[in-house]
Design a protein. Sequence first.
Length: 86
Amino acid sequence: MKDLFYAGLGGMLILKEKVEAEVKKLEEKGKLSREDGEKFIKELQDKGKEGEVEFKKQIKDALKEVIKELGLATKADLEKFKLDKN
């Protein structure tokens, strides 16, 4: 799971660099103003952050489901056990 996360992160960084390079080329050719290029990059970053939040939620939900299916004790279960034992 950790390797998959890092691979995805690496892929996103490479994509970010490529997009920034292409935007810079368009700016240099005069096909895109610097302001529009910066706005485009900012919009992509904002969408990326939204995607990150959703991705983390999906991972968290999937982990909860796996924990439940495997019958593993959660932190809340352990706290309850600790209180019941005393």
